[in-house]
Design a protein. Structure first.
Length: 338
């Protein structure tokens, strides 16, 4: 089988590997579609502190169950499945409080262990979620990015009367917009980005107002309009954003962050406490697959609106370069296996 392997930082190879056999409790998935994510690019460049090399990347993928390990229900053979990349122990403190995404022995498929950019991948059977016929193969490969949005919005508890502000109209920002609009019915969603084409995509994904902060400063613009966001999501993940978000937020607002930068930013207690702001962080997803699958099957989310490219898996290097460099035309890129 072919596997996309990051052999070491900066070196990607399409390797031929032996067909893997599922261990006890695992299923083997014949991968059909897999999505490229910013974190795949980070592993490629050696910017992910958790990655170990060589590594088969890819944590957003869909396929068919084609072999079963010992103890797996035989009825699962042939099932259409989308794979939750979060592998957790089930008994540590975070697992015991329903937070497997920060399990003390967390293993992320495609980061800590081999992932879905491969003709076949073996994964724990409980991580392979059945996908109903209402969701197409391509869209099923995009369930994982929507679980990121499902996770942060579960922390933020959006209300229809919130004034939401999303930083960043990349794939993460767009899934958050769709979740706020389609699931929670938030009436006012503002989106800020520095790229005009991305702001157009934000509109296509449901944003009510868009703002280009490469052209003008956001704080002044919001002030002029008399807008104080009550719910803010940083999906751009730059360390300068949190201080700005704290300054812009309405009293009693909630702020969600998802970035992984190691760079410092400066905050004061006063700026947070004087408005009694709530700041939530969100990493990966905590068992949100069933919820997102239901939302998608009900038509509350539409993956097609952020899907811009689908390329043969053999063109993975070109696809990753395009994903990284061509942010004007490129949003979610799928690799097609088989
Ligand atoms: Zn991802
Ligand atoms: Zn655990």
């Amino acid at each position: 089988m072919r596997s996309v392997v990051i052999e070491q930082p900066g070196r990607l190879a399409l390797q031929t590997r032996a067909l893997p056999q599922p261990a006890a409790g695992e299923v083997r998935v014949k991968v059909k579609f897999a999505g490229i994510c910013g974190s795949d690019v980070h592993i490629y460049h050696g910017h992910n502190p958790f990655a170990r090399y060589p590594r088969v990347i890819g944590h957003e993928f869909f396929g068919l169950v084609d072999a079963l390990g010992e103890g797996v229900d035989p009825a699962r053979l042939g099932e259409r499945v989308s794979v939750d990349p979060v592998v957790s122990c089930g008994h540590c403190y975070p697992c015991s409080v329903g937070r497997p995404n920060v399990c003390t022995s967390l293993q992320v498929i495609g980061v800590h262990r081999d992932g879905g950019f491969s003709d076949y991948a073996c994964v724990p059977a409980r991580n392979a979620y059945p996908v109903p016929a209402a969701i197409s193969d391509r869209h099923a490969a995009m369930i994982e990015p929507f679980t990121i949005a499902a996770n942060i919005t579960a922390h933020l508890q959006p209300r229809p009367d919130d004034i939401a502000l999303i930083y960043g109209a990349g794939p993460m920002g767009l899934t958050v917009i769709q979740t706020l609009k389609g699931v929670y019915g938030v009436k006012q969603v503002w989106v800020v980005d520095r790229i005009a084409e991305r702001l157009e995509m934000a509109r296509a994904n449901g944003a009510d107002e868009v703002f280009n902060n490469a052209e003008a400063a956001l704080p002044q613009a919001l002030q002029q309009r008399g807008v104080q966001p009550t719910l803010i999501v940083d999906a751009a993940c730059h360390p300068a954003i949190l201080p700005e978000a704290i300054a812009l937020a309405s009293p009693a607002a909630r702020i969600g962050i998802m970035g992984f930068s190691g760079d410092a930013c400066t905050l004061t207690q006063q700026s947070i406490t004087s408005k009694e702001l709530s700041i939530f962080s969100s990493r990966l997803n905590s068992a949100r697959f069933p919820q997102v699958i239901a939302w998608m099957a009900d038509g509350k989310l539409d993956p097609q609106r952020l899907l811009t490219h689908c390329v043969p898996a053999g063109d993975v290097e070109r696809a990753m370069q395009m994903f990284e460099r061509d942010q004007r035309t490129c949003c979610k890129v799928l690799l097609q296996f088989e």
